[in-house]
Write a protein that binds this ligand. Structure first.
Ligand SMILES: Cc1cc2nc3c(=O)[nH]c(=O)nc-3n(C[C@H](O)[C@H](O)[C@H](O)COP(=O)(O)OP(=O)(O)OC[C@H]3O[C@@H](n4cnc5c(N)ncnc54)[C@H](O)[C@@H]3O)c2cc1C
Length: 576
């Protein structure tokens, strides 16, 4: 079936829904395609809050937020993006409030704010209350609010449609190819502008906070066309996932006064970050946790986790501010957080890298030139506002600020074209061939087995700590898995709701992205933000103050580099 719109949005998380709302303001026809029902998108799992320098509790300024974002990103942040971001987000939060988002409130009725990792006043003097929250359900509220607004505006949704290809003709993006889950039918969507808002790819790791569906589909599809992925070696590990499960316990817990303790009961973050302690940025806290565990100070019989202690906080505070995460501890670990500390370990959480864009969300085909008609926002994109390490609350910001900019840019571009660009003759051929091979190719390799072996090797060799040796091992393992993936087959040959078939496709995307991460990480002989090389433990601004751009080049990966945009702040030593 063939469809035609001015603007197409791939993804119905916060970034996609914001982009759709703003594109519609440009008086163009807009459709959103999502492999999930919109309100099941991962944005709905976000807990802790959205950061904005409203100053409702203590004094705050957008310059302080900009500085914290750049320092938090270990100076790899593009500073023009950080400036736009810290300024725009203030309006974005009030806009969400006016749309009806039920924020928690201060006694005088203002939007409540709490402390979060790496957010400080006066350029690092002390932690500041910057995270605007709705209990520990902030993402859920954002997603519901934006979905309602889209319903009100009459946005067209194609739900449970899985995009499997981007149509790029003569360097311009002119549509997508999608698989309808309910029927197995292949659809072509022709458009003047396409906005990628398809989220992250945390499922390359085993212990992760990410939903099962976060397989980086559009990143990989983009990359397979010979177009670059930026800074893929930078992946964030959130310090506090439930041990062995990875289910997230928000940093808002430490914002409310929660404390990390080792087996001796010591508040060890005092040693690693004397000024803001447990509220240091995530990369530093995740490393501190593993350093404690490696030094034999981990908790539990195996010494393999750390305690997050809330027992000194009044139960009424936990019930009012953190109802969901206390329930997670009870449900998944049988722990009562009123009286017992919660066992945690770092969990794979957020992709700093992705599809490169400029601050108007236009996608870049190299260091400077855009792909006309293609835009990206949210976790799939790398603008790069988060640099080498994202601060907590800055992603929910990113999806609003750059979702909005993406929607506006896409609509303006669509309006500038007199007519749609013609599609190539057989736009669905590649997708049909891929599905046929998986369904009817007689392959005997099993999807779940390959995926779990990939996740094991990534957890063991490419996570919080890396060395050239471990990364080489990961590379060898991934090459072996890719060779086996060629022989993957599925048992379900049907057309309707063939989720097994789509999981097989997603596994191909995961393998690509894992490989790009490992190759990019192996070439970065320094430690910066979320990328820590034990064999090169220091930041090296002389050789590595630059973004990585990874291109698919036949069967190989070619690496190029791009300068970092520095405007106001010079790199400093990162102390907290
Ligand atoms: C547990 C958890 C808690 C978090 N808490 C916070 C927090 O408190 N504060 C904060 O700032 N950040 C937080 N984050 C990070 C933040 O929530 C995410 O980075 C952000 O919500 C991503 O939004 P998105 O719109 O880019 O993507 P998502 O919300 O992940 O949406 C992706 C969309 O793309 C669609 N899609 C993907 N592939 C395809 C395809 N092939 N075809 C069609 N559709 C496709 C999906 O259906 C979905 O609608 C948290 C993340 C997690 C996992």
């Amino acid at each position: 079936m063939h469809h035609k719109y001015d603007v197409l949005v791939v993804g119905a998380g916060g970034a996609g829904l914001m982009a759709a709302l703003y594109a519609a303001k440009g008086d163009v026809s807009v459709a959103v395609i999502s492999k999930l029902y919109p309100t099941r998108s991962h944005t709905g799992a976000a807990q802790g809050g959205v950061g904005a320098a409203l100053g409702n509790i203590g004094e705050d300024h957008w310059e302080w937020h900009m500085f914290d974002t750049i320092k938090g990103g270990d100076y790899l942040t593009d500073q023009d993006a950080a400036e736009v971001f810290s300024k725009d987000v203030i309006d974005a939060v009030y806009e969400l409030e006016h749309m009806g988002l039920p924020f928690s409130r201060t006694p005088e009725g203002k939007i409540a704010q709490r402390k979060f990792g790496g957010h400080t006043r006066e350029f690092g003097k002390a932690a500041v209350e910057r995270s605007c929250y709705a209990k520990d359900r902030t993402g859920h509220m954002i997603l519901q609010t934006l979905y309602q607004q889209n319903v009100k505006e009459g946005t067209t949704f194609f739900n449970e449609f899985h995009v499997l290809d981007l149509i790029i003709e003569n360097g311009r993006c002119c549509g997508v190819v999608a698989f309808e889950l309910a029927t197995g039918e292949i659809h072509t969507f022709q458009a003047k502008s396409v906005i990628l808002a398809s989220g992250g790819y945390g499922r390359i790791f085993k212990i992760t906070s990410n939903a099962l569906t976060l397989s980086g589909d559009l990143m990989s599809i983009y990359y397979r066309k010979g177009l670059p992925l930026e800074d893929m070696e930078f992946y964030q590990f959130h310090p506090t996932g439930l041990t062995k499960l990875g289910i997230l316990i928000t940093e808002g817990v430490r914002g409310e006064g929660g404390i990390l303790r080792n087996k001796d009961g010591e508040r060890f973050m005092e040693r690693y970050a004397p000024t803001i302690k447990d509220l240091a940025p995530r990369d530093m806290v995740a490393r501190a946790i593993y350093t404690e565990i490696r030094a034999g100070r981990g908790c539990g019989p195996a010494g393999d986790h750390i305690f997050l202690d809330l027992t000194h906080l009044p139960p009424e505070q936990l019930d009012a501010k953190l109802p969901d995460i206390t329930e997670f501890a009870r449900t998944y670990l049988g722990i009562e957080p009123y009286t017992d500390p919660i066992p945690i370990q770092p969990t794979a959480h957020y992709a700093m890298g992705g599809v490169p864009t400029n601050i108007d969300a236009q996608v870049l085909r190299n260091n400077t030139d855009i792909v006309p008609g293609l835009f990206a926002a949210g976790e799939v994109a790398c603008v790069s506002v988060h640099g080498a390490n994202r601060l907590g609350t800055n992603s929910l910001l990113d999806i609003n600020v750059f979702g909005r900019r993406g929607g506006l840019s896409a609509a303006a571009y669509a309006n500038s074209l007199a007519a749609h660009v013609d599609l190539p003759d057989n736009p669905v051929d590649d997708v049909v061939a891929l599905l046929q091979r998986l369904r009817d190719g007689g392959g005997t390799e099993n999807v779940a087995t390959i995926r779990s072996e990939l996740q094991e090797t990534m957890d063991a060799h490419a996570s919080v700590y890396r060395t050239e040796e471990t990364l080489k091992q990961a590379e060898v393992d991934i090459a072996g898995l890719k060779a086996r993936y060629v022989h993957v087959g599925v048992a379900d040959r049907g057309l309707r709701y063939n989720t097994e078939l789509l999981e097989a496709v997603e596994l191909g995307f995961l393998l690509d992205l894992a490989e790009v991460m490992v190759v990019s990480a192996k070439a970065r002989n320094e430690s910066r933000g979320g990328h820590f090389r034990e064999d090169f433990p220091h930041r090296d601004d002389v050789n590595f103050m630059r973004h990585t751009m990874a291109y698919k080049d036949g069967g190989d990966i070619r690496l190029d580099y791009k300068p970092v945009v520095q405007t106001r702040y010079q790199p400093m030593e990162r102390k907290y």
